[in-house]
Design a protein around this ligand. Structure first.
Ligand code: S3P
Length: 183
């Protein structure tokens, strides 16, 4: 065995998935602070690497190209980051991302359509550019809910304030680590 083969691969402490407005970035940052680990948000990483905004990539290159870039970033982050990771809300719509999440500790931050939409209604999310963004939000969330649940080991009620949501994740993490269900 070579020296590098003996080094265990790094693995994120926790990965947060959920729809836009679930609070993945805010809660993820708080959670990372509390655990004393780094935080990475895959949307920010896409912007950092490409030097472009997410709406620009969607509008100029299309959703499919955005998903390709996103899948590359997610694969790199899962392989190299050992802190807390927040995935963009649509990352789980890519099969390769779902497969890659299999080996990880994934938390689904669940919010209702009303609460989630209230948090993002003033934002420039390209997928909500519509005559009726509230209805678009509701329909997309309904379409994806099952997928979020299927990739996550634990569902977290994300309606509370971000500190309280981070507490729920810490409790769930402690449970998992104590039970030794995941490493
Ligand atoms: C998207 C969610 C966004 C961002 C992009 C597409 C989606 O991330 O990746 O606008 O398809 O749900 P957030 O969940 O961080 O808003």
């Amino acid at each position: 065995m070579t020296a590098s083969a003996a080094v265990p691969p790094s693995k994120p402490t926790a990965i947060l998935v959920g729809f836009m407005g679930a609070g993945k970035s805010t809660v993820g940052r708080l959670l990372a602070d509390r655990l004393g680990v780094d935080f990475i948000d895959t949307d920010h990483e896409i912007v950092r690497r490409s030097g472009r905004s997410i709406p620009d990539i969607f509008v100029t290159d299309g959703a499919e190209r955005f998903r390709e870039l996103e899948a590359e970033v997610v694969a790199d982050v899962l392989a190299s980051h050992n802190g807390v990771v927040a995935l963009g809300g649509g990352a789980v719509t890519t099969e390769a991302v779902r497969d890659a999440l299999d080996a990880h500790r994934v938390f689904y931050l669940r919010v209702s359509a009303d609460s989630g939409f209230a948090r993002v209604r003033e934002s420039d999310r390209p997928l909500l550019a519509s005559d009726d963004p509230a209805e678009r939000y509701r329909a997309l969330l309904a379409e994806r809910e099952e997928t979020y649940a299927s990739v996550a080991g634990v569902e977290i009620d994300a309606h509370g304030d971000p500190d309280a949501v981070a507490d729920l994740i810490i409790l769930a993490l402690a449970d998992e680590l104590t039970a030794g269900r995941t490493s």
